[in-house]
Design a protein around this ligand. Structure first.
Ligand code: ITT
Length: 202
C-alpha cells in the first residue's frame, strides 16, 4: 500500500513512519516533498477537522492516491484555547518556531505553573480520491503543561515548552518513539491503525 501524507512538515512524516513501523504496518508513506508542484492549500477552516479535510481533499484530488492529512495545534486553557488552529503562525510568521514560542511565553507571562495546563490536538483525515463521503476522521490529544523555560532540543514547534507529567519530560526531551507513546499524533495514529484494514478493504 502507498499512502500520501499531505504535509510539508517532515517532522510529522517522521513521526507517522515510526508509528506505522511500530504497529507492524507495511505502508509506504509519501509526502508533498515527493510530488512535483503540489497545490498550495489555504487552511481557512475554523476547526482542526475542517483544515485537515481541506488538505486531504486537495492532495487526494491532485495525486489520485489515498491521502492522509494532519491538522494539529496547542490549546491553552488560560488563553481561551489559543493558539489552537493558528498554532503554525501564532508569532505572526508561518512556521517560525522561535517566534511562536516567544509569543506563547509572553502571553503566559506571570501565570503560575499550576495554571498553565494545555493540550495538544491532532485530527487526522484519511481520504480516497473523489470519495469525500468515505473520509475517515480520528482525533488524538495529549495533556500537559506549558513551561516558562524551554527544555530539550529534539522535535519541532512547541515541543521544548510542552511538559508531559506522565513522562517527566518535555516533548523535546523525548525520542520520536517515546513522543509517539503519549502524543496527540501518536494517539490519533493508533486509532487510525485500528480502522485501516476495513477502510482499505471496502
Ligand atoms: P502541514 O499543514 O503541511 O501538515 P504544519 O506544520 O503547517 O504542516 P499545521 O497546519 O497542522 O501543520 O500546524 C500545526 C502547528 O502546531 C505546527 O506548525 C506546530 O507549531 C504546532 N504543532 C503541532 N503538532 C506539534 C507537535 O507534535 N509538537 C510541537 N508543535 C506542534
Amino acid at each position: 500500500q502507498v499512502l500520501l501524507f499531505a504535509t510539508d512538515n517532515q517532522n510529522k512524516v517522521k513521526e507517522l513512519r515510526e508509528a506505522f513501523a511500530k504497529a507492524g504496518l507495511d505502508i509506504e508513506v509519501k509526502s508533498k516533498a515527493d510530488l512535483e508542484n503540489p497545490p498550495y492549500v489555504n487552511e481557512r477552516g475554523n476547526t482542526f477537522e475542517e483544515n485537515a479535510k481541506l488538505k486531504a481533499h486537495a492532495l487526494a484530488d491532485f495525486s489520485k492516491l489515498p491521502t492522509l492529512a494532519d491538522d494539529s495545534g496547542l490549546v491553552v486553557d488560560k488563553l481561551n484555547g489559543a493558539p489552537g488552529v493558528h498554532s503554525a503562525r501564532y508569532g505572526g510568521e508561518a512556521h517560525n518556531d522561535s517566534r511562536n514560542n516567544a509569543k506563547l511565553l509572553a502571553a503566559l507571562g506571570g501565570v503560575p505553573e499550576e495554571k498553565r495546563q494545555a493540550k495538544f490536538v491532532s485530527v487526522l483525515v484519511l481520504s480516497q480520491p473523489g470519495k469525500p463521503e468515505r473520509d475517515l476522521v480520528v482525533e488524538g490529544t495529549c495533556e500537559g503543561v506549558v513551561l516558562a523555560v524551554p527544555r530539550g532540543n529534539d522535535g519541532f514547534g512547541y515541543d521544548p515548552l510542552f511538559y508531559v507529567p506522565a513522562k517527566g519530560k518535555t516533548f523535546a526531551e523525548m525520542s520520536t518513539d517515546e513522543k509517539n507513546e503519549v502524543s496527540h499524533r501518536g494517539n490519533a495514529v493508533r486509532k487510525l491503525v485500528k480502522e485501516l484494514p476495513d477502510w482499505f478493504a471496502e
